[in-house]
Design a protein around this ligand. Structure first.
Ligand SMILES: Cc1cc2nc3c(=O)[nH]c(=O)nc-3n(C[C@H](O)[C@H](O)[C@H](O)COP(=O)(O)O)c2cc1C
Length: 212
């Protein structure tokens, strides 16, 4: 069983990457699981260029991204994965630009404009999203439901876990950031974040177990 984790956060040790690693470990604990974590910020690539090659009714090009760059091998692995875990911080009320560019390149070849809208990829992986943000959780409920619905339509059954009101700075006094309730944020980091990591672990485990 192939597990692919995609980290759309720049930092490999902070909130998003930590939760994603937990989700990955949960999935990798299921017997027969093999996989890796790909860090998007290590790669040089761009988003969809709208060449429409993936929609051409031609066997070799159809449903594959024609752009050739560092993302190409990652897209191949994603198409062959049984479980895909994707982590992104929320930047300006969306996933990060790198995550978005990955999505464009992965999702667009996975769909057609045919009337039946049947997804093109041969497998239907389980997808687990990990989101982290400094706003209160209810701010983004609608955004997540749209992204989850799109993931389900094109890729496979999807769910998400999130950490909100995350700790953004180690020492808040050094930054222009007086709007934060620092005590609350630090308390959440100590008490809530381990629970968020556990929820991520459980999600990874559940999704991988469902693919046996
Ligand atoms: C450029 C930038 C934009 C951000 N925009 C938002 C936002 O729109 N909403 C929000 O809740 N948090 C926002 N944040 C905060 C991050 O989402 C939050 O700190 C997140 O947990 C960071 O993840 P990391 O610790 O993995 O880097 C932003 C942070 C940065 C650096």
């Amino acid at each position: 069983m192939n597990i692919l984790a995609i980290c759309g956060a720049a930092n490999k040790t902070r909130n998003t990457a930590t939760m994603l690693k937990n989700a990955f470990e949960g999935a990798m604990g299921i017997s027969g699981a093999a996989g890796e974590i790909v860090y998007l910020y290590d790669l040089t690539y761009r988003g969809c260029i709208g060449c429409h090659s993936c929609k051409l009714l031609n066997e070799s090009k159809f449903a594959r991204c024609a752009v050739n760059d560092d993302l190409t091998p990652v897209l191949k692995k994603a198409i062959d994965a049984d479980v895909i875990l994707i982590g992104s911080p929320i930047y300006f009320s969306d996933v990060t630009g790198e995550t978005r560019s990955f999505l464009e390149r992965f999702f667009f070849p996975g769909m057609t404009y045919n009337k039946d809208r049947v997804p093109t990829y041969p497998k239907r992986p389980k997808v687990g999203w990990v989101f982290t943000m400094n706003a209160p959780g209810e701010f983004y409920k609608d955004y997540f439901s749209g992204l989850i619905a799109m993931t389900r339509r094109i890729i496979g059954e999807a769910e998400y876990v999130m950490a909100y009101q995350t700790q953004q700075f180690e020492d808040y006094s050094r930054y222009a950031a007086t709007a934060f309730d620092v005590e609350m944020v630090k308390k959440r980091r100590l008490e809530q974040f381990p629970k968020d990591c556990q929820a991520a672990y459980d999600m990874g485990k559940r999704l991988a177990a469902a693919q046996i």
